[in-house]
Design a protein around this ligand. Sequence first.
Ligand SMILES: Cc1ncc(COP(=O)(O)O)c(C=O)c1O
Length: 476
Amino acid sequence: MSYDQARWRRDDAPVYEPLLHEKGERTVRPADRDVPLPDELVRDELTLPGVSEPELARHYTRLSQMTYGVDSGPYPLGSCTMKYNPKHTERIAALPDALVHPDRPDEHRQGVLEIYVRLQEYLARIGGMADVTLQPPAGAAGEFTGIRIAAAYHADNGDDDRDEILVTDTAHGTNFASAALAGYDVVELPSGEDGRVNLEALRAAASPRTAALMLTNPNTLGLFEREIEPIASIVHDVGGLLYYDGANLNALLGRARPGDMGFDLMHYNVHKTFATPHGGGGPGAGPVGVCERLVPYLPAPHVRRDGDVVETYAPPNTIGKVHGYEGNWLVLLKAFAYIERLGDAGLLDTSAMAVLNANYLGTTVDLEIPYEPYHHEFVASAGDRDAAELAKRMLDYGVHPPTTKWPDIVSEALMTEPTESERQATLDQLARAFNAAAADDDETVAAAPHRTSARRIDQVAAARDVRLSWQALTGE
Ligand SMILES: Cc1ncc(COP(=O)(O)O)c(C=O)c1O
């Protein structure tokens, strides 16, 4: 397998691509102004890079060749899910009609509100929820919103002693963070030997102090919680709420609904389930669905149909705003377009392909996968190798590596989610990269990556001594 990423800025590059400022500068004098501006805001001279348009276009094309994204090749990040973003949804979001100012009155943006309300209805139907807010800008923000809704509900019932949220040890870090940020004590639940919720541990932890249990299903090992009904009963019997982290909903789409399993509220990660760009904590979208008794607490403004019109309103016990306006319109529009395009049959195919692809890849990878049967993702173990080193070596084979070193329950974890969008040839390419990296000698792996635009970086310095400008790089 031979692969080389463009090296326009490495010392051994065949043609070195300088930074724009290194290409030369030119000074321009802004033309006479016809808009009056205060003198202190006016520059008489402006120094810009001295490049022609072709030079500029080539510069950015070369930079784009030095990066890797979902449009470059497979990106099998388990849990974090980097799914291909279809171009048709991008085109719809780029339509001139999509540019509607959110400050326009409801009667002037009926089209936008209609799409919002339909998306709310679709998501509610998919999740088995009574209603959905589209406001939160990411999955993590959805969790925080959901926990605040739970807190408002308990407070309304005079249930002031509930100060704990239960979170499983395989849960994503944002579950712990959201619960803590909302002011709760976080109780970590150890998983059973099979990687699922340990019912005994749950029974021991659940109490009148329990505000909610946050659960991902299938969990981050890709395992479906078979005892979901007893889990729901244990939490409900002590008066707690059951929160569904929807990160893995693409494994269940059209087949099973969190609401039917007993979950009271949930978030949807539209970038994981409905192929919108990942927001890195925002600006994406992490809508929150709730059961009937939590509807009055939804964030305001909320959108509803009233006869022939669609309107915004404030639910009676609303927790208030969690984001500007009704959410990130263009991301939500893409999610809507994706669901519309697939329809019921397409959504069913999505979950089938997500699970089939992960299982096909899992059987072609020569690494141990300790927990099975998995659904849309699996967690392989790098064994006595370092998972992060192996991942760096995979870059040399032209693919993005999986998520590494998490969940902790698998030693040297390589958490892998190929997603439903990849075809067999791409899965084979991924498997070859896994297997070739695993077969390489320690010395080669320890010095990887060898064939990428950038070599091994100093990760500690990158985190602690971030240099964000070219002046910092060149010392000017
Ligand atoms: C299981 C799980 N829950 C929650 C989140 C948070 O979602 P977001 O990245 O949209 O904030 C993630 C993110 O990758 C996740 O994997």
